[in-house]
Ligand binder design. Structure first.
Ligand SMILES: [Zn+2]
Length: 401
């Protein structure tokens, strides 16, 4: 494989000139090749709706790869997209993946074709990312029947029934995304702060070598935040410390609700509809009354290992050491909620900074997560734990009188 520096950028004009540099006898083939190339770069409006988006995406993503000065299949290349979840021209946008894989060589099996969850009403976004430079090409679908415009900047106006992709170059290396001024520009370029956070965060995790099961947590949660790390840590400890025996099952009761609950769902296959995951909010007074709650060392929820045959279980209450997480991240807890909230870049850069610090501890979850108490759970207690209107900590006797 060529090194990145040896790969020459190839703009569309270079392609065209090369095809016209023919000798006698090669005229017909050269003209045909030139015509096909021009067609792929400037798709004719009015082609069948199914082929128009793929043709257009092909040219934009080819140019994007050239702009990153990378060749297909390079180890520094990754693709992140919401395409499996959204629609394009009134059909699932997932069909874009074949084009993207053809151009980039990125696949799920190689761990360099990543997804993030989005509402079906969202617009398709595809990001090509080069990890050693931090540069990325964000491709956003514009127009096309049934698409919602998700960004205020829209220089390409697509005709009805065809989809055009607009490309924007982003600078989202791990060093850049923690600088508030630089991040402000990224937010502006992407158009939506939450989407910018999804893109910058998830790609930083990949760049820093996060394990694949962690990337699946980020995909479901739709971003990488400190809460996902907490959930990942808890699940790792659950699997290590509480392996299931025959006839047993895990039930997670997340209380209060936290981002980490999504990571626990993904890693342990626990869902509300299977009655294996319950999320219960707490009032500030309820939280304060928990006997094992401490400032900056907070309860996250409890795992119940329920034994169907014996009709009894055991609950383990988990806590997370926010104080230590802040310390290793060089942050104060207040940094996570600066004046102005999500409109303030610090809101996002604090989270990204914490991510980059905590990723160094992925193989040492017990340095931040602890089991505060284990309690035997009777059938009656279990019903109270999972039912509406009951405080789960009260149900297992962990509330101050
Ligand atoms: Zn989150």
């Amino acid at each position: 494989m060529k090194t990145a520096s040896s790969v020459r950028p190839m703009g569309s004009s270079v392609f065209v000139i090369r095809y016209f540099n023919f000798k006698s006898g090669q005229l017909a083939g050269s003209l045909l090749a030139a015509a096909l190339t021009i067609l792929s770069i400037f798709p004719i409006v009015g082609l069948a709706a199914e082929s128009a988006p793929a043709a257009d995406l092909k040219s934009v993503s080819s140019q994007g790869l050239a702009d990153l000065v990378l060749e297909k299949g390079h180890a520094n290349l990754c693709v992140l997209t919401n395409a499996p979840y959204v629609r394009l021209d009134d059909a699932p946008a997932v069909r874009c993946l074949d084009t993207i894989t053809d151009i980039t060589g990125c696949t799920q099996g190689r761990g360099n074709l990543l997804f993030y969850h989005a509402s079906v009403t969202g617009g398709p976004r595809i990001v090509l990312f080069r990890k050693d430079t931090g540069r990325a090409i964000l491709m956003t679908a514009r127009g096309g029947s049934g698409d919602r415009l998700t960004s205020p900047c829209s220089p390409v106006e697509a005709k009805s029934g065809t989809a055009a992709f607009q490309a924007v170059t982003l600078d989202i290396g791990p060093q850049k995304i923690v600088e508030p001024e630089a991040y402000k520009s990224i937010m502006k370029q992407v158009g939506e702060p939450a989407e910018a956070f999804s893109i910058a965060g998830i790609l930083s995790a990949w760049a820093l070598g996060a394990p694949y099961d962690f990337m699946k947590c980020c995909e479901f949660h739709n971003h990488y935040c400190p809460g996902v790390t907490i959930g990942y840590f808890i699940a790792r400890i659950v699997l290590d410390k509480y392996p299931l025996s025959k006839g047993q099952k895990y039930v997670w009761i997340g209380s209060p609700a936290k981002c980490g609950d999504d990571a626990i769902q993904v890693l342990l296959d626990l869902t509300p509809s299977k009655r294996t995951c319950y999320i219960k909010e707490l009032t500030p007074a309820q939280k304060k009354a928990i006997t094992v709650e401490e400032p900056l060392n907070n309860v996250m929820g409890m795992l119940v290992v329920w034994d169907n045959a014996r009709n009894q279980g055991r609950a383990a209450v988990f806590k997370y050491d926010w104080g230590k997480a802040c310390q290793v991240s060089g942050l104060k807890y207040a940094d996570f909620n600066p004046d102005g909230g999500a409109a303030n870049p610090l809101f996002w850069t604090s989270r990204l900074k914490s991510n980059l610090a905590m990723i160094r501890y992925f193989d040492r979850p017990s340095e931040f997560v602890s089991v505060a108490r284990e309690v035997e759970v009777s059938p009656e207690m279990y019903v109270r734990l999972i039912s509406a209107g009951t405080n789960p900590y009260e149900a297992i006797g962990l509330v101050k009188p």
